[in-house]
Design a protein around this ligand. Structure first.
Ligand code: NAP
Length: 475
């Protein structure tokens, strides 16, 4: 390398280091790449942890890069915000239990959405008369999506936490009222584009956006909240992308679009796994309890004693655990792992069948079992494990109900007809761990529990599994 090349390289590096814009653009590019690889990692349990770290590193890069923004003249508020935000984030991470993760996520969406709304309102206050039509459109969209996501997410959080009634709130003329609010809100948006000096219309849109968020979510039952949240997440992402267009900020455009579309795809996947349409989730009022009996849900349930269950497990050659929402409420993930260990020590083959909507949020079972260090290789998706049930000696249902309800497959009149299930009823024997006669999220009776192949072991899943592990060791 000659002297002039070395000199120009040195100059380029000096320019990069001295110019905040270069650092900003470089960190934003790095953050975008990390977000994309992070999302890719999250698509499989094996790589999910790495994906999470990459996305976190991306967020750190984006924050650090923003600190070099040339428009920042005073760091005081930013430092205060960083400290406050970090304190709240750490408190959430330390004190919110895994079972409360859905409502905690809803609260995070509300925070993100209110931040985007406030940025939009501030931009409007400061520059509304000088902005181009395109920027004003993006700004209006940002504030509209941001405001409705804020209140929608807060209602979702309240419903999931139980502070607001979880059952759908429905009344006559509700959908017409919602349509009227929607048209009034978009009308205000359109008029504020046409006449930027008509500030009342802009603030009218803000108020109607907050109201629309409430009206959109109250008719939906708490059990459908994960789908709603994923949809609200998508709105929050699109709102952030619109903020990016308003501020001319690339990272907001990229991250917002990734968030917006991944949230939307997730909502569709969840609906598919429940065999429901998005419109059925949004307008169906599914959280209302059905109390339908279900074809074949008659006769007697057969109870099994703990000792007999332990013997059956200990002498099996293949056992498949099927976890559901009850595993999460009982926090039985470590107990199931201990029982699996005890069985494996006896030479029993152990596998786990994971239904895509088992529990109450996407990946719920994967997260819990990963926490208990269950090897990923033992987790099988529905399509992989279903053909294995006929050769399974014991299918052990741990607090699952709807995801193993054969009515979904056999009874075309069932409200969950067509929902893909884990076909545990095809196993040589089934043991169901649950506390009593409680129904699942759909409120339907489950014919599986009445089948001759099924034995019920009543009690809290964690306690039953712990005692079973002990008994298996003693057999
Ligand atoms: P589920 O149908 O809600 O059934 C859970 C069962 O666990 C109940 O029957 C309950 O019976 C039992 N249980 C509760 N606490 C227990 C404890 N401490 N020990 C032992 N058993 C306990 O659960 P699932 O089979 O996982 O199905 C999930 C449902 O949620 C599906 O209908 C799905 O469509 C819906 N959903 C899921 C998502 C998602 O993203 N995962 C999103 C929206 C909706 P007892 O009361 O008798 O114990």
């Amino acid at each position: 390398m000659d002297a002039s090349t070395t000199q120009s390289a040195t100059q380029a590096v000096q320019q990069l280091v001295q110019s905040p814009n270069y650092i900003l653009e470089f960190t934003y590019l790095l953050a975008s790449i990390l977000f994309i690889f992070g999302l890719k990692g999250l698509s499989h349990p094996d790589s999910a942890r790495r994906g999470m770290f990459l996305a976190e590193a991306g967020m750190a890069a984006a924050i650090i890069g923003t600190l070099f923004h040339p428009d920042i003249h005073f760091y005081g508020w930013i430092v205060a915000g960083l400290i406050l935000g970090s304190l709240v984030g750490v408190a959430f991470a330390v004190w919110v239990p895994m079972t409360a993760m859905p409502q905690r996520t809803a609260l995070s969406h509300a925070f993100g959405a209110i931040a985007a709304s406030l940025v939009g309102i501030a931009e409007f206050l400061m520059h509304s008369s000088t902005l181009s039509l395109f920027t004003r459109s993006a700004l209006g969209l940002e504030v509209m999506l941001g405001t409705l996501t804020t209140t929608g997410s807060l209602i979702a959080c309240g419903k999931l936490q139980g502070t607001i009634r979880g059952t759908p709130v429905q009344f006559k003329g509700q959908q017409i009222l919602n349509l009227l609010i929607f048209f009034a809100m978009t009308g205000c948006f359109a008029y504020s584009l046409y006449d930027p000096s008509a500030t009342y219309y802009f603030y009218g849109m803000v108020a109607l956006g907050f109201l629309f968020g409430v009206m959109l979510v109250i008719p939906i039952g708490s059990a459908d909240m994960p789908v709603v949240m994923s949809l609200l997440n998508s709105y929050a992402g699109l709102s952030s992308a619109a903020t990016g267009f308003v501020l001319g900020n690339n990272i907001l455009i990229i991250a917002g679009t990734l968030d917006g579309f991944s949230g939307f795809i997730l909502s569709i996947l969840m609906c598919k796994a429940m065999n429901r349409s998005i419109t059925n989730v949004l307008f169906g009022g599914f959280g209302a309890v059905h109390h339908a009996a279900g074809a074949g849900a008659t006769g007697e349930m057969h109870e099994i004693s703990l000792d007999d269950a332990a013997v059956r497990l200990a002498y099996a050659s293949k056992v498949v655990f099927v976890p559901g929402y009850g595993l999460a409420t009982a926090q039985a993930q470590h107990a199931v792992r201990d029982l699996a260990n005890a069985l494996e020590e006896r030479g029993v083959t152990v596998k786990y069948g994971i239904h895509p909507v088992a529990g109450r949020m996407p990946g719920h079972m994967n997260v819990l079992l990963a926490e208990a260090n269950v090897p990923y290789g033992e987790l099988y998706e529905m399509d992989q494990i279903n053909p294995e049930f006929p050769s399974t000696d014991v299918a052990m249902v741990v607090g699952a109900n709807d995801v193993v309800n054969p009515d979904a497959r056999d009874n075309p009149n069932s409200p969950i007809a067509g929902m893909p299930i884990l076909e545990v009823d095809k196993a040589k024997s089934v043991i169901v761990l649950k506390r009593g006669q409680g129904r699942g999220f759909s409120g339907l009776e489950n014919p599986l529990f009445f089948k001759p192949v099924t034995s019920m072991l009543y009690g809290d899943a964690k306690a039953s599994l712990a005692r079973l592990a002990q008994e298996v060791k003693n057999v």
